[in-house]
Design a protein around this ligand. Structure first.
Ligand SMILES: Cc1cc2nc3c(=O)[nH]c(=O)nc-3n(C[C@H](O)[C@H](O)[C@H](O)COP(=O)(O)OP(=O)(O)OC[C@H]3O[C@@H](n4cnc5c(N)ncnc54)[C@H](O)[C@@H]3O)c2cc1C
Length: 393
């Protein structure tokens, strides 16, 4: 198995890197936003996505009949990692979750309406699966969709909908068939975010940015905006979640942080002594650098899967998400230890080491082991599906 880029892939990686350097814009590319930097939530970031679209870099793996180039997913992997390395907005939600699900399961009407807009970066989506009683157990969602003349009437609540405060469309799971088993009674809908009856309330997080809760009161959705087959929503969600684990939790920001930490340890002093001479610090950093290499090795499993034209495999997705998000937190945690008491000074203060880069990153990375399926859930998947161990509940 070849883990290196082919010459063609390397040429593309070099082209993307050169383009990102040339188009560097500190307003768009903000490392301090950590994982939230992937969102296209400001006019400048929306304009940046349009430039990516003009390069033909959105939907590269889509079939040609839908405006794609039918090239292997490895090119989207390369692009996503490069965008993450530069803290630029990313392509995951529209091109990946919504676009690929519509291509596989959507009606011609939905394909015609949404796919061109995704390719030209004219639309942003929010994804609404989680609810107060449905997080890890997403199949427990209770948002009610009652059948009415010509469509559906939705009532209830979603939690943790990131992007709901700026997106144009809402990709929502709701219970259409309460009499069926919980996995078979859910359908997916597309709803304009400015629809009367939808109320978005902000939930600022520990990681500086915000997510939201959303309330539905008699939100009417026409039949045409039910995605795919009624009752198959959970299967579509599960399919897309494997993809999310890989696109939403990239390795490049961790590699960046590790390098910032190594440079800091090489050049700074603590209590008057060079940090680099402290044996504990050297040990911690050697561990982190080694674990970063392990994460990279896990990510190459995706590279190989993407090369074959297949979808990201479930077990390696879970192993990668589990290991990488926990490493992401550990890098920040240990950077704060190495900084000593000054590590507790808030981001942006002059006295904070590296202007508090790791204090901010430490808070931001707390979200990563929860969103997209918590670490415990990833361990359950590995235990049950990979090792054949029994269910724990
Ligand atoms: C910043 C942020 C952004 C998010 N964005 C979105 C979004 O855009 N759209 C969306 O739909 N959701 C989003 N989420 C929701 C996220 O997917 C859920 O928070 C996550 O799935 C966990 O669900 P929960 O919070 O309800 O926790 P729970 O499911 O209640 O879990 C609580 C604790 O119990 C553990 N646990 C639960 N079940 C088991 C089990 N079977 N075995 C062992 N341990 C278990 C969990 O690991 C966790 O530690 C976001 C969350 C955060 C924090």
């Amino acid at each position: 198995m070849n883990f290196d880029f082919t010459p063609e892939e390397q040429t593309f990686a070099d082209e993307v890197e050169a383009w990102l350097v040339e188009n560097h814009d500190p307003v768009v590319m903000d490392h301090h936003r950590e994982n939230f930097s992937q969102l296209s939530d400001t006019p400048e970031r929306r304009a940046f996505m349009k430039k990516l679209a003009a390069k033909g870099w959105l939907g590269m793996s889509w079939p040609k009949e839908y405006g794609g180039q039918e090239i292997e997913g490895v090119y989207e992997f390369i692009l996503t990692e490069a965008l993450a390395r530069h803290a630029a907005p990313q392509i995951g939600k529209g091109v990946g979750i919504i676009g690929k699900t519509l291509i596989r399961h959507g009606s011609d009407k939905l394909k015609q309406e949404f796919l061109p807009k995704i390719l030209s970066a004219e639309v942003e989506f929010a994804v609404g699966y989680s609810e107060p009683q449905a997080g890890s157990d997403a199949a427990n969602m209770q948002l009610k969709a009652d059948k009415v003349e010509g469509g559906w009437n939705l009532n209830g609540q979603k939690m943790w909908t990131t992007s709901a405060h700026f997106a144009e469309w809402y990709w929502v799971g709701a219970r259409t068939d309460p009499d069926k088993s919980k996995h078979n009674g859910i359908s997916l809908f597309l709803i304009p975010m400015d629809h009367p009856g939808l109320e978005v309330q902000s939930l600022p997080t520990i990681g500086k940015d915000t997510t939201n809760q959303v309330f539905f009161e008699d939100v009417f959705v026409p039949d045409d905006y039910l995605v795919g087959v009624r009752g198959r929503g959970f299967q579509y969600i599960a399919e897309a979640l494997d993809l999310e684990r890989f696109t939403m939790f990239t390795l490049s920001p961790i590699t960046n942080r590790t390098q910032v930490l190594v440079d800091y340890a090489k050049t700074s002093k603590r209590d008057g002594k060079p940090v680099r001479e402290n044996p504990d610090t050297r040990r911690l950093i050697a561990n982190i650098v080694t674990d970063t290499a392990v994460s990279k090795a896990l990510s190459t499993r995706f590279l190989c899967a993407a090369r074959g034209g297949g979808k990201p495999p479930t077990i390696p997705s879970s192993q990668y998400k589990l290991f990488t998000t926990s490493l992401s937190q550990r890098v920040c945690d240990e950077a704060l230890d190495i900084s000593g008491a000054a590590g507790t000074i808030r981001e942006g203060q002059e006295l904070a080491p590296l202007l508090g880069r790791f204090e901010g990153a430490y808070r931001a990375t707390m979200n990563e082991t929860v969103g997209g399926g918590s670490s415990e859930i990833q361990k359950n998947i590995i235990a049950r599906r990979h090792l054949g161990l029994p269910k724990n509940f």
